[in-house]
Write a new protein. Structure first.
Length: 261
């Protein structure tokens, strides 16, 4: 019950004499989403969206740097008085807006400081949506060469997605995908990874033809299965309007370690 009431109380506490309505760019759920939305609404009324965003980034930096302080604030077993002292320690080192300080005081009083980092992340999502930005995460088995990454960016910037959003690119490395790429944006995922291709093909072919990665014994694989994989990857890349399909298809083929028999 308290968790449902807390965001409403927070929103009322933040309310100003200006009664203009605030349109939230996206709907977020959960405790962190409701607190972040209440903070966003209050900050918008005071025209302090960016100021609060900077405050929260600074708080996150402090928490990530001071692990002892983070343990105090995020430990659900500590009493509220101890956490209130921890909040005072955060704000002692810098200048923060009243909105930001009120948020953390409210979290301390309601025993919700353990959700602080999630609330900060949720507010960041609201600000990203407010600016019309769309994070695009490109995951590869190893860091992409600048030329290949730029080609991907160029292709995606020509896609319909870029007409309504400013795309913010980042390249993550995950060796477990073996090769290829995985592209994530919004709630969508384009999986062109070798690991995904292997898993799908292993479901289609007889067990004696099971495919493995190049670090293991290489079972014989008929050529038409390789052609099927590369053509599937080409089609997927063309579907997302990527102009670099020959490059990535060849790279995927080489990274699997498959050979013609």
């Amino acid at each position: 019950m308290a968790s449902r009431i807390a965001p409403k109380l927070l929103a009322r506490a933040y309310a100003t004499a200006t009664q203009k309505s605030v349109q939230v760019p996206i709907v977020l759920y959960g405790i962190d989403g409701r607190y972040a939305t209440a903070l966003y609404t209050a900050a918008a009324k005071k025209q302090a969206l960016e100021a609060v965003e900077n405050d929260l980034k600074q708080v996150a930096t402090v928490l990530n740097k001071e692990k002892g302080l983070q343990d105090i604030l995020l430990n659900p077993t500590l009493n509220r008085e101890a956490k209130k002292k921890g909040v005072k320690e955060i704000f002692k080192a810098g200048k923060y807006s009243d909105l930001t300080q009120n948020l953390f005081q409210t979290l301390a009083e309601n025993g919700r400081l353990n959700a602080a980092l999630k609330i900060i992340d949720s507010y960041s999502q609201l600000m990203t949506a407010y600016r019309g930005e769309m994070p695009v995460i490109i995951t590869s088995a190893k860091e992409l060469e600048t030329s290949n990454l730029n080609k991907l960016k160029e292709s995606l910037n020509k896609s319909p997605l870029a007409k309504s959003h400013k795309l913010l690119f980042s390249n993550k490395v995950n060796p477990s995908i073996l090769g290829g790429i995985v592209i994530e944006f919004g709630d969508k995922t384009i999986d062109l990874s070798v690991s995904s291709g292997l898993a799908k093909l292993n479901k289609l072919i007889p067990s004696k033809f099971v495919i493995s990665d190049h670090n293991k014994r290489k079972p014989k694989l008929r050529l038409h299965w390789i052609s099927f994989l590369t053509s599937t990857i080409d089609y997927a890349i063309q579907t997302m309007e990527c102009k670099t399909s020959p490059c990535f298809s060849l790279a995927l083929f080489n990274l699997t370690g498959w050979r013609r028999t």
